[in-house]
Design a protein around this ligand. Structure first.
Ligand SMILES: Cc1cc2nc3c(=O)[nH]c(=O)nc-3n(C[C@H](O)[C@H](O)[C@H](O)COP(=O)(O)OP(=O)(O)OC[C@H]3O[C@@H](n4cnc5c(N)ncnc54)[C@H](O)[C@@H]3O)c2cc1C
Length: 443
């Protein structure tokens, strides 16, 4: 029995059953779940492309994401909603390389045996400390998410000091790793989110699609009936029975799902919580020779003063898949986190300093590197300070729903889960069967 009588609403024949506002991962996931139940859906997207924050551009033969992303094969919703084989996921090398004191050290490979962990030479603790980190990560991988969510919640920075690991291991490996994975160098993120992120890290492999991050929304969109997504349509106001658009008039519907980024959602629905954001700045360089012969995440382990380091992490994307760069060229993506004083030159003004630091990180001259591009995204990743609500309500009222990474966790996983939750709420209100169980919490 439907919870609300939708039949009372007046609709034109061309109106869809459901309007979804925004063609990012959340909106596309919601649309896919709804069309899968036979509903007609229109996804209205203000820009000229799908994918939202997950975008990729080809520039002179280089494949540049709109800000460097990392996926994890352990994201449960990614596995559930996408055909990972067709996505052609390319795994990063296991573990990370941490740059510290002018040298690079391999660390944090949960797949290494405890004995091999202990045998690796790093300044991040005694052999016993390294073995401890290995078994700690293995234990985390095996811990049910529900147990991690039951732990007392504080900031990630604080929790790291309370996990019984030596300070050198925490400062040398876990802080830079978590800072990179959370886009939060100060580690003010909820410790529960941090535990789940490290659990995913320990269970899966960091990876990227060979075709760039845009391959994820592209696959979601490809599964929708033709004509479902309408580009260049900006929604200006919403109601439970339809939306007004800037140039395409009113579109009526039985239900409206707002699947925009948080600031746009708050504009459409004043009063909606607006989170703070972690900015992400990505520098792309081309080199004639690869500075690293494997696709490994290179972390900056040295801190200058009390603030976070200039560079958070760097990765040679052309080592992940050759199609990221033209033949004979290497593509290097480097991430700077936080609100940097970019001076008058903007993010590009900082490039010489970033390039100089990269020379030290990779242990090679970078003077011949070509600066291809920089992407500065101020509202990249919604902050998740404690207490973090992993399942913010997606149903505003019967007929009106909201999803996006700001409703779950600030990641592709969170965006996909929120889209499905919103679709489930629509289906319930329409009296249609909702398949499956509650999505597993992960980050
Ligand atoms: C630089 C960067 C790095 C990141 N790194 C990672 C990472 O390593 N791992 C990870 O998991 N996640 C990462 N993320 C986060 C991840 O990209 C997001 O969590 C995810 O893409 C959010 O999807 P979404 O659908 O919720 O929102 P969005 O992708 O923001 O989609 C919202 C869509 O709504 C549209 N829209 C807005 N207003 C309107 C309107 N009025 N009318 C019509 N359409 C509208 C927008 O144009 C947009 O297309 C990163 C993000 C950035 C920017």
């Amino acid at each position: 029995m439907p919870a609300y009588d939708f039949t009372r609403r007046t609709r034109r024949q061309s109106d869809p059953d459901v309007v979804v506002v925004g063609a990012g991962a959340a909106g596309l996931a919601a649309a896919r779940a709804l069309t899968g139940h036979g509903l007609t859906v229109q996804v209205l997207e203000t820009t000229g492309r799908i994918g939202g924050r997950m975008a990729t551009r080809e520039v002179d033969g280089f494949r540049l994401d709109h800000g460097s992303h990392l996926l994890n094969t352990a994201f449960p919703e990614l596995r559930r909603r996408l055909d990972l084989d067709r996505l052609d996921l390319r795994p990063l090398a296991p573990g990370v390389l941490v740059h510290s004191g002018g040298r690079r050290y391999r660390a944090g490979d949960p797949q290494l045996t405890t004995a091999r962990q202990a045998a690796t030479r790093t300044p991040f603790g005694s052999p016993l400390d390294k073995a401890r980190l290995g078994s700690w990560l293995s234990r985390l991988a095996a811990t049910p998410a529900s147990r991690l969510l039951a732990r007392p919640e504080t900031t990630a920075a604080r929790a790291l000091t309370e996990r019984g690991l030596p300070a050198r291991t925490v400062d040398g490996v876990l802080r830079p790793l978590l800072g990179a994975l959370l886009s939060d160098p100060a580690l003010g993120t909820s410790s529960r989110v941090a535990d789940l992120v490290l659990r995913s890290y320990a269970r899966g492999r960091l990876c990227l699609p060979a075709g760039g991050i845009a391959a994820v929304p592209a696959q979601l969109a490809a599964a929708l009936p033709a004509g479902t997504v309408r580009l260049g349509v900006r929604v200006t106001s919403i109601a439970a029975d339809g939306v007004e658009t800037a140039n395409h008039g009113r579109i009526g519907a039985q239900a409206v799902v707002i699947a925009t980024d948080a600031p746009s959602a708050a504009e459409l629905m004043p009063g909606l919580r607006l989170p703070a954001f972690h900015p992400v700045t990505t520098y792309y360089h081309a080199a004639d020779r690869t500075p690293m012969n494997e696709p490994v995440l290179l972390l900056e382990g040295d801190r200058t003063g009390s603030g976070p380091p200039l560079v958070s992490h760097s990765l040679v994307l052309s080592e992940l898949h050759p199609s990221y760069a033209p033949a004979g060229q290497a593509l290097i993506a480097t991430t700077v986190l936080g609100r940097r004083g970019f001076d008058s030159g903007g993010a590009a003004g900082l490039e010489p300093a970033v390039r100089a630091r990269l020379a030290e990180l990779y242990g090679t001259s970078t003077t011949g590197w070509e600066f291809l591009s920089v992407r500065h995204v101020p509202d990249a990743v919604p902050a998740m300070p404690p207490p973090h609500n992993f399942r913010r309500p997606v149903r505003v009222l019967a007929g009106l729903y909201v999803c996006g990474d700001h409703r779950d966790t600030s990641s592709v996983q969170g965006a996909l889960v929120s889209g499905r939750r919103a679709a489930d709420a629509v289906l319930r209100d329409l009296g249609l069967p909702v398949a499956g169980r509650e999505a597993e919490v992960a980050a």
